[in-house]
Design a protein around this ligand. Sequence first.
Ligand code: XIL
Length: 629
Amino acid sequence: MLALAAPAQAREGPVELGTAINDAGFRFGGAEYRDTFTENFDAATAESAMKMTALQPQQGQFEFDGADEIVDWARAAGKKVHGHVLVWCADEWTPAWVVNGTWTRDELLAVMEDHIRTVVDHFEGRVHTWDVVNEALTAEGARKDCVWQRVIGDDWVARAFAAARAVDPGVRLLYNEYAADFPNPKFEALVALVRGLDLDGVGLQHHTYGYAPYQYDVEDAIARLGALGLDVHVSELNVTTSQIGGDLREQAEAYWTIAAACQAQPACFRVTTWGFTDAYGWRPPSEKAMPFDEDYQPKPAWHALERGLARTAGPQLGPPGPPTSPAAVTQSQGELSWPQVGDATYTLQHRDAGNVWRTVATGMWWPGFSLYEREGTWQYRARAEDGAWSEPSTPVKVDRTPPGVPYVVPQVAWFRDSAMAGFAADDPPLPDGSPGSGVEPTPLQPYAGQGVIPLRFVRVSDRAGNVSPELNGELRIDAAPPRVGLTCPGRIVRGARATGRFSASDEASGLATPPAGTVALGPRGSASVTARDVAGHTATASCRYAVLAPVRLFTRTAAVRDAAVRLRLGCRLAVCRGAVTLRRGGRTIGRRRLTLAGTRTVAVRVRRGGAVAVSWGSDRLGLVRVRAR
Ligand code: XIL
């Protein structure tokens, strides 16, 4: 890639105002034509007098008189002259001897380079900026068909700039293009093209049909070229009025907006109108495309240019009320309006979540705008003339992004017994990072049944009306509790580890608790276990069992011997530690702490016989009839 020429100097001084000098106007328009130019403009572009068809109508036959007369007249009036155009990729505007010739690549290269060298050399010192190449791209951003492209190939553009650079390094070389005056495929191709060229700037024609592009877009196009170190000029500005019913106020708004865009961008050094009077020029007088009418009287468009280029200023009026929009959420921003301030003109700005105010349009004659907005959450403000800005509008959300696939709410894997369900969906954020308009969850509706309930062709819309993709899914209802059973032994020994075994199952939502296991059996003599399914049903199984004391008494009668009675005790555990107690009439008559393992006879001291209640800890073991000897 060629290194770009020296970075563009940020504009020194105000934006220049140029215009195209029409051959007929220059020749037959008399003093009115010429004086209107010299009194109002800083620079001249020959509308056609410096094109190849004029300068070299036959091969090798150069005719400069017509061009020289315009160039010298303009320079004598102290004006700059912009050279337009060395090579135009338009067969209908290329001399027939070139288009109809049979050339090799090298032969046509020689023709092109010879023309460039001869012309740039001829005007050296008088013309300091040249459109070297004009309109080499299609609307889609491809290379346009013309004899230069067909015969030489893609590098014809670079070769043209190299030839011009070689003649006079002091001349600033520009590439000129139409309908690339705001970011679009052609503009992107223009950026790619110029990055590979040895040039100093770009001319963006603005052949505007009634309505200007949004100002922020025009500014972005200029700024992006400026960021490449290139100078930019609005090279051919006109606004035809047939599509706007001849409305000169609307025309003025378009001129004003384009001029204000250039004025706002340091890389833009000039605005050139493509003619200046409706009496002479490219478009028929009926189009009223120019800033001066057929009698050379300034139209609103002229005053718009002066204001757009800050050559004149407007009153510092008080701020209008903030703009309002009929919809707070929409797919495509519709009408904006704000309170009228006398017969003022207005500027409208917008900002999205990025919070940078950008100008939509300038010199608006009516306090309203029909705006097709990018997605985002936008605020608007307006000002009358050069006055203060209004308060920002309440936010307007422009959302064209459909929500995601709907999902069932509440988001449960299983509904229990029946379902009251609705649908919701995620709504992606907008390009500016602000939230999407969001989806109102649908009203809940009843579903019945058991198991999987199919859901077909379900769509939801976000608040802006964007429709989601279909949900073809299901919801699940579990109408039956789980089954559970608990098996326990008929009896247990207190203190011994004893368990019951349970098993559970659930056909539909499945168990949320273990499908099997054990429960510890405690001294209470009953146990239960509850199974729960995913849907939330529960089922409980229980069992009862006897709880035996850890120690059992085998003895029923005994005799006192040696002031003691012998009791046969059995420990149902591995070992029993505690105390055996003998009571009669509620009084303890004998007690002995011991550690018992298995079954054994133990002596407990007592004095007298009788019915004696034997216990172990808190367990009553039984009665023993004790015979005294
Ligand atoms: C136009 C002239 O205005 C006409 O008089 C002529 O007949 C055709 O060319 N883009 C350009 C200009 O770069 O050179 C064209 O000028 C308009 C479109």
